[in-house]
Ligand binder design. Sequence first.
Ligand code: GCO
Ligand code: MG
Length: 403
Amino acid sequence: MPKIVAARVIVTCPGRNFVTLKIECDDGTTGLGDATLNGRELAVAAYLTEHVVPCLIGRDAHRIEDIWQYLYKGAYWRRGPVTMTAIAAVDMALWDIKGKLAGLAVYQLLGGACREGAIVYGHANGTTIEETIEAAREYQRQGYRAIRLQCGVPGMASTYGVSKDKDFYEPADSDLPTENVWSTAKYLRVVPELFAAAREALGWDVHLLHDIHHRLTPIEAGRLGKDLEPYRPFWLEDATPAENQAAFRLIRQHTTAPLAVGEVFNSIWDAKTLIEEQLIDYIRATVVHAGGITHLRRIAALADLYQVRTGCHGATDLSPVSMAAALHFDLSVPNFGIQEYMRHTPETDAVFPHAYTFADGMMHPGDAPGLGVDIDEALAAGYEYKRAFLPVNRLEDGTLWSW
Ligand code: GCO
Ligand code: MG
């Protein structure tokens, strides 16, 4: 058996913070897992170092499911983003090790490819509708078949998804949380205009997506869905906060716009009602924040029973290790829908050399044994952790709102 002899947490900041777990076996085989939880990185690093690593030493690295159960049930305190991100990191690293030992890419271990590649969507954004459409045109030129559209809201200084840098979006922008101001009324006016202009300019052969980022009430989301229906959105994401899964019943009663939710979910229990009542069309739970490949497969299997497809979160705060794990998952699950892809900066790509590739709007994890991602530790050591918070949102009267 490949015995785990060491495990270490590596924190690095090549432009943004990443937490990586590296597990090592007695034969020298190593595996990597992403443990990055944006804005709360060191909580997961400490959870791993203090409470998980000591329990891994001496175990058989092949026993992925048993180790998963041990860390989940054994903690007594179940679920939560910190715990589930830590478990995910271990799970990814163990799949990486299993693949390397078998000489197979992880998607082969998961049952093999169900498709030639995973369709991905890119992020077009701009301060104005015109700028957003120009950015979308650029994505089309690069071969993207699906594009998320976010634009500035007239009368509001800033909003989610609109970036200063055209190519890279980083919302965790400050040593203490930045305060943004939000107006639902202003926002609800601009999005239908954006989609109307986008269909006019880009045509109908491209999938158009939009992220509401948890800011509407259910009835407001129903209204927006109705307004956007003529433009055939691929999905509306995170229409309303989803702690109350039943809230999506109300949205469903009012619109046929497809709904996606779940980037902040950390277990199957967060999505159970949404899936079983077919209140959503895409589940966005992701490898790193929802307990790793092992748990995400369980969520996908439940979703498959109800014709809900996957649409994994893939923002830049998910490291290339997560991106690779997501692509192995995407290639192998029958009910894959789409994969989010926000490119990492060249600094990040240099720290994490990887086998995955992009061509014609599709991605492939590559055929390197394991996940196909490495970490250049010497390079990583040169980038010191820098505290960075996600922003908070307030209504115009000062009331704290969802960001
Ligand atoms: C997305 C997400 C991200 C999150 C970010 C928070 O759809 O990609 O909403 O942009 O805001 O991952 O850390
Ligand atoms: Mg989102």
